[in-house]
Design a protein around this ligand. Structure first.
Ligand SMILES: Cc1cc2nc3c(=O)[nH]c(=O)nc-3n(C[C@H](O)[C@H](O)[C@H](O)COP(=O)(O)OP(=O)(O)OC[C@H]3O[C@@H](n4cnc5c(N)ncnc54)[C@H](O)[C@@H]3O)c2cc1C
Length: 335
């Protein structure tokens, strides 16, 4: 039988099946939430036939097994190499490029996280392709939707490169679930090695430890701004967040003033969240802050200034002194 590999004849057009590579984000032990959203985005690419996941790291076998049990994943390629210690983009990007040269994917997807934003443009440059960042929709296999101007305009772009390379905004796609019924996808060594970067060395990292849900995954986010006045006062936000198993976030003004560490920052230059409930406390609602939270399902605001712009996007607003209102709310919720 005559067979054209990867090709089907549709009318007079030859259409190549789409094969997507998802670059998995993890810490060698745990899978990152944004990968679950990125896999969903990959399965939504029209005409996409297979989703392959790349798990690159050091001692990352457990993560590869976990990925193989996710719905929609057809194959897991593993690059387990000591040269990937610290996930330096200088080491990870060439590995993804080699995977592409071996497998000729039509799409390469990354989560729009610090790692994805770091590695993706390098991969695109090495493959001489124009990348698309932070996509929120995929109307067809060559077209992507993304926001510009801090979320104030929506841009639709068509990519003409043979390989489409993009980062996925996690909050725009549901998280994929483990596929309990089906057999796990094949897990195989990728047949690609990492080389040690001569230009960068991983020295160490300091990870903020918290028992609370992570900011980007939490269903409730209580966020504080300059109105909190100092770091100690953030305790009233933690008390409120704890009554709802929520996470605490902050505006850039609060971060810049040293009230909280910058991994709590929400907005254009911080994290983008879309929880069920976002409570903005002592936050004015600057355009750069709204860029990080305006897709939240319900927005509540507490501010003493009735003209604060946050009230324009808030579903529920309370004009009052946060130092009185927040402890009051916590008390009521604890009842
Ligand atoms: C390029 C660029 C990128 C930026 N990126 C970000 C970003 O990612 N995230 C971000 O948040 N900002 C960002 N900013 C900064 C942004 O423009 C604002 O300066 C910032 O969001 C303001 O923070 P805020 O609302 O906490 O402070 P303010 O604007 O000072 O607002 C404080 C609010 O608290 C209220 N308040 C004070 N006391 C009380 C009280 N006792 N009770 C109740 N309410 C009270 C006040 O009425 C006021 O509305 C960026 C700016 C630029 C130029």
């Amino acid at each position: 039988m005559f067979r054209l590999n990867n090709l089907i004849r549709t009318g007079t057009n030859l259409t190549r099946f789409k094969h997507t590579l998802v670059v998995v984000e993890h810490d060698n032990q745990k899978l990152s939430q944004v990968t679950l959203n990125t896999i969903t985005a990959a399965t939504k690419i029209p005409k996409n036939e297979t989703v392959t996941c790349a798990v690159a790291g050091t001692g990352c076998g457990k993560v590869a097994e976990e990925v193989s049990r996710l719905a929609g994943v057809n194959k897991v390629l593993v690059v387990d190499d000591a040269n990937l210690t610290g996930f330096l983009p200088e080491a990870v990007a060439p590995v993804i490029v080699d995977l592409q040269k071996k497998n000729n994917f039509t799409h390469i997807a990354f989560g729009s996280s610090a790692l994805g934003k770091n590695v993706m443009p390098r991969v695109a440059a090495l493959l001489d392709a124009q990348p698309v960042s932070d996509i929120i929709g995929i109307p067809d296999e060559n077209t992507f939707v993304r926001t510009i101007y801090a979320g104030n305009a929506i841009q639709t772009v068509r990519v003409k490169d043979p390989v489409k390379i993009f980062t996925v905004r996690g909050t725009a796609f549901e998280a994929v679930k483990p596929n309990s019924a089906a057999t796990p996808a094949e897990v195989a060594p990728a047949g690609v090695n990492a080389t040690k970067s001569e230009k960068a060395t991983f020295v160490n990292q300091q990870i903020a430890k918290s028992d609370r849900p992570s900011l980007t995954a939490a269903k409730v986010v209580v966020s504080g701004g300059r109105g909190l006045q100092n770091g100690e006062n953030f305790k009233i936000l933690y008390d409120l967040a704890d009554t709802m198993n929520g996470a605490v976030g902050a505006s850039r003004a609060a971060v810049d003033a040293g009230y909280v560490p910058n991994d709590l920052q929400i907005g254009q230059t911080g994290k983008i969240v879309a929880p069920e409930l976002y409570i903005a406390v002592g936050v004015s609602g600057a355009i750069q802050h709204l860029a990080g939270m305006k897709d939240s399902k319900t927005i509540a605001a507490i501010n003493k200034d009735p003209d604060a712009p946050i009230f324009q996007v808030a579903d529920l607003g309370l004009v009052g002194d946060l130092f009185k209102e927040v402890p009051e709310m916590t008390k009521l919720l604890k009842k």
